[in-house]
Design a protein around this ligand. Sequence first.
Ligand code: MN3
Length: 256
Amino acid sequence: MPGAKRWSAGLYSNKETTMHHVTRRELLKSAVAGAAAFALTPVGVWAADEKKGFTLPKLPYAFDALEPHIDAKTMEIHHDKHHQAYVTNLNNALKGHEDLLSKSLDDLIRNLKDIPDEKLRTAVRNNGGGDLNHTMFWQIMGPQKGGQPSGALAKAINDAFESFDKFQQQLSTAAITRFGSGWGWLVVDKGKLKILSSANQDNPVSDGLTPILGIDVWEHAYYLKYQNRRPEYVKAWWNVVNWDNVAERHNQAMKE
Ligand code: MN3
């Protein structure tokens, strides 16, 4: 069997040349990675282990889980292509910047102003922002959700906006009237709830605020099903809001 021969040859040469650099953990990991990868990239396997980078989080439900409000094809392209592209471009931009790669995504976007190089800062703002925004977006939605929040979050919404209906109307308006691509947000600002919108992939954490709910109003979020009818998409989106997740974020933000 020619394949088997190549595999054992690859293993042998790696053992001989790099064994002294390899920890037990790395060895175990590479064994799991499989014979094919090992034989084809005998050196790369070891090096890859030391590289850090951001990774695309798994969608916490199936592509079609938010039907009929958000269609499966939109979810698939949105997650697998658009969100993946932000992650890939962020990693490409951060190549060689070990200090930035070692930060959390939240930290990176919260402290954007600390990146002195303008070109790099813009790349992180757009692509890191895209990664952070979408990571939250998948979590604050879910199948068989919608309705209204309860408990402390419901009270905070009533205190800030008089009623849930008024809150819903204000956030819808902010999302619908955001010119071009961007997001509508519910944020915590020094213990108080506020509604705002941002352009592109800008995230309110860069302004010292804590977003607890965000709606993506880029056309890629709705165009396949709703075409130019953004208000219709925004109306339908309320049916997939995962208020338990938003309440957790609110609770966390109130402790900070
Ligand atoms: Mn998007």
